[in-house]
Design a protein around this ligand. Sequence first.
Ligand SMILES: Cc1cc2nc3c(=O)[nH]c(=O)nc-3n(C[C@H](O)[C@H](O)[C@H](O)COP(=O)(O)O)c2cc1C
Length: 253
Amino acid sequence: MIGIYFSGTGNTKYCLEKFVALYDRKVEIIPLEDAGTPEKMAYHKDIIFAYPIYYSNLPKIVRDFICENSDVWRGKRIFIITTMGLFSGDGAGVSARLFKRYGAQVWGGLHLKMPDCICDVKALKRTPAQNKQIVMKAEERIKSAIYNLKNGTPTKNGLGLLCHIAGLLGQRLWFYHKTQEYSAKIQIDSSTCIKCGKCAAVCPMNNLSLSEDKVIADGRCTLCYRCVNQCSKKAITILGKQVIFQHSVYDFH
Ligand SMILES: Cc1cc2nc3c(=O)[nH]c(=O)nc-3n(C[C@H](O)[C@H](O)[C@H](O)COP(=O)(O)O)c2cc1C
């Protein structure tokens, strides 16, 4: 078994780490953006595949990874974990349908509500105490999902027809376009930016680079919010205009 994940700001990585620690400590987990990931995946029949939900859909980087490696999924058994700030409907279902199309068996699905990572928009902001509660509840859900998996009755969150309809009507139909292409929305305030290069170093898309006097974005942002949450000068925004509360799940631990 191997764990593959995409995690913009740490929630999904955190959940997968917890999952694996309780299920089988020997399972390796690797980020999907690492160059060697598809090759490593090929050696394992069982895969735990984890990602965050964007607009009740797959982040573009995750969809591309699944489609670009379409020949790897045949014969695999995949357990899907998704994290979300509030609701997704069929968060696990959106990748499950692709995996099935490429010949994989979907083993189960687990939806985990986690703190919201969009740190430049006021909606869904909670106090640290509330976020801690949310993380603790997610950990409880992970424990019971593992109990079910070990007993041969894996959870099926987000995989049924009703979930599919809820995902479509809840958000995806209206926001479909937001995750179909990479984005050029990112803004870097050059009066605050100190050109430390951290944003460029952490970007999973290699979308950011340092020129002589500023950071340049190349229009390939997957909206993961890693740079926005990690910029020490709060100089980067995407959907909002000002950074309100930078997020790290490890603060609530
Ligand atoms: C662009 C974007 C869109 C999002 N859309 C949703 C959504 O539709 N529903 C939801 O519950 N959470 C949504 N979220 C919140 C994230 O899914 C959530 O915070 C997730 O746990 C982040 O995981 P990560 O830290 O591993 O990146 C969205 C986040 C971003 C950045």
